[in-house]
Design a protein around this ligand. Sequence first.
Ligand SMILES: Nc1ncnc2c1ncn2[C@@H]1O[C@H](COP(=O)(O)OP(=O)(O)OP(=O)(O)O)[C@@H](O)[C@H]1O
Length: 958
Amino acid sequence: MEDSNSTHDQLPQWHDPLLLTDVQQQQQQEDNTSSLSYSSNTEPISSKFQTLVMVDSNSNEDTCWQESQSVESITMKKLIDRVENDAVDGRSMLGFSLTSPDLVICAGSPDLSRNGYRDSPELLDGKFSIELSLENGIDGSDMKDSIKTPCVKFSSVFQTFNKELSPESSFELLPHQEKEEKLVKDLVPGVCINAGCTDRAVVLGGVEFVGDDCFLEGDTVRTDDAIGDGQNGDLSLYQTARYGNFSYCFRALEPGNYDVSLHLAEIVFTDGPPGLRVFDVFVQEKKVVSCLDIYAQVGANRPLVVSDLKAFVEGDEGLLIRFEGVMGKPIVCGISVTKDFSANTGEARLLKPIGMSLAAECDSSKENGHLEVEGDYQKLLKDHEFQRKELTDMRRAMDELKRENRLKSRECQDALKSLQELQNELMRKSMHVGSLAFAIEGQVKEKSRWFTSLRDLTRKLKIMKMEHIKLSEEALAYKNCLVDMDEIRSTILSKMKQQVDLYEDLKIKFVEGAKERKELYNKVLELKGNIRVFCRCRPLKSEEVAAGALMTIDFDSAKDGELTVMSNGLPKKTFKFDAVFGPQANQADVFEDTASFASSVLDGYNVCIFAYGQTGTGKTFTMEGTEEDRGVNFRTLEQLFRMIKEREKLFRYDVSVSVLEVYNEQIQDLLVSDSQPGVAAKRLEIRQAGEGLHHVPGLVEANVHNMSEVWEVLQTGSNARAVGSTNANEHSSRSHCIHCVMVKGENLLNGECTKSKLWLVDLAGSERIAKTEVQGERLKETQNINKSLSALGDVISALATKSPHIPFRNSKLTHLLQDSLGGDSKTLMFVQISPNENDLGETICSLNFASRVRGIELGPAKRQLDNAELLRYKQMAEKSKQDLKSKDVQIKKLEDTINGLDLKTKEKDFKYKILQDKVVYRLSETIATTPFFSFFIMLGDGSLVSLFFFFNFAGEGT
Ligand SMILES: Nc1ncnc2c1ncn2[C@@H]1O[C@H](COP(=O)(O)OP(=O)(O)OP(=O)(O)O)[C@@H](O)[C@H]1O
């Protein structure tokens, strides 16, 4: 075994598979069933038989390949001898890798472990066999569990190589990683590479430059430019280059001397300049080229060959060529390494691949002499040339196979990638299908639900259809009815229109009726002489609201002039007045019903408007008001002046105003300029001027012509008014304030004169003494106020009971108002009340008093004609009578004169008649003898006038 091992080491380990093509034809002529079986109990098969295929190419004799022999019987030495002999006879040894991607296991492969074939004793024991085919690759065969003998059939080899091989040829399996190295090492005595190109062989000058695959580092550059002048054959060698700091290591070279040629071209710095790229070249780490600048040597795109660089390869070290930049990066387009046969060592080693050792040659020369040596040498050279040629062909085929291999690998990778993509896609699809299935399941459930609801809906639809039919019938019936309805509708509409018209008519009539009724009612009141009573309730004050005071008056029926006094939330008593104004009513609302009194004054009636009520209930607010919200006094005077303006063409009015107060039973003139506060004012008394005529002599009567003058007077009076303070109302007025407006009117048409008075009275508060807890001066004030108010009450009572004696003179107040209350005037009373439940007692007192006042019948009011004017009119009438008498005498005289004139006229009429007759006679004569035309004209009084046109003989109209 040692022998075989040592021999084996010297065997060429690889042949290019293309060698098969040459030997194949001979192989086919021989035994088609030639095969080898290998077995060994001692060594792993891989160590004994590297990739070895032995083919008996042209011998007819039985060879060891055709026999089933043990390895022991065929030692490696013998094999080599046979090969050497057969080589001469045309036999060859072929070796190639079973781990080629093109080799697959056809039989038993699923049972093989990955590395079992390399050193499995079972395999060597021949306990199992395996059949392999070269198809599209082998996937790490594991023959451990196989019980077959390893056997590689070549039936498929030719399918791959497109060559024919014996189906029974067999060879040894080799591990994958040794393939490339062995292929080059075994078969290449020299090497030429096309730097920068891994997939293309280029032939230049008869030398083939194969793909570039044994470099270390560096980049690849490529150009499409034409290199050189094109006269040196295929210059595409120079169109690719390796570039950078890199090195080449040719390991497959056998030991010996070599010539190295570098093929260079500047294809990067095509514009130069020199010096941009300068580099050194090291062969076996020995600098052989120093500072080479290609551009400086030949310029750009021009080939430069540096040849005859000597190298020596020793042992397995291979040949290392290194490029190192001095300036820039080195570049090389091709490297040619060729064996230097001038050295003995080289020649001796060259012979080894083809089985002719130097020792054998020496032995032969010893036997045959020097002459034969010369002949053999020539023969060997020839063989060598032949083998080189074969080698070149094989290499080309190998390149082709490699390229195909790469293509296939790429296809496989692509296929694998697409397979993975497909798997991913499949996975996605599966997931999608899963989700779809889930969705479908949901859909199915949904569908069943839909079916159920559809069934329900169908049932409902049927019911609805039936209902529809029923409704259609009804609709038809309704449609028929509709015509009738339309008629009815139009009838109703016309009726409605009539009703609306009627309603509008009635509304107008109602409004007119209401107005008329009111007027009539007022007339009735006037005739009856009732004092009209308006009730006004102030709002709750903020302090009262804060104290939580409750409203004690219910105004629900206020529109009908009623109010109800509540006690503990229950209605206590209902009062009816001519008008009721709740807390929301403003000054304008109040005056709206009061305005008619103003016109009465202008019509010559005495009018009295007075406010009565408890202290702080709003008497002054109603009568005077505030500057922003003026009260009855101002508004009445304003109305007076407005009407005076309206009547100015028919009437002339003279207005004067007096302002006085009754304080502590004394009358004070508030318009007296010297009436300063604290200064005793001039005492005024009431005098009776005639029957029913009372006046206050010495009272200032301010003549006013417009509202600004009125306002001035009112302000003067208001400022002069005595104002006190009590617990009940801090600013309560403690006197009766009276405004007397005197109006003198003259009817410009008939000269009628009136003299009327308007009394505007703001009475003092009517609170009771006990409640107000006043003392001293205030007590006296209060007593006087109460005295006058009770006197007023007495007067009212007397009037109400139609007592023969009315106690007007019991107080200054009643005495003053005697003319107004006595029956000659129109009287309006405002009873002011508080809504506060704490004032309930006072409120009821006030309301009771007001109710009594309302019940008084004074009889119809009288117009106040001015008597002085009447006298003047009487005198005027007397005078007129006398004038008339004297006029009558004059008329008589005139009548006589007229009568005399009449007689004269009659005489003239007679004479005229005679003259007329004469004219008519003359005309009739003329008409009888003269042509004429006549026209008749009708006069306004119906008489006819005839016009005659006569013509004389000359034909002219006369
Ligand atoms: N209708 C109302 N709306 C708003 N405030 C009112 C109303 N009536 C009265 N007041 C307010 O109540 C307060 C008392 O009013 P007023 O002085 O007019 O009462 P009075 O009856 O005249 O009192 P006195 O008897 O003391 O003269 C005032 O501040 C007044 O502004």
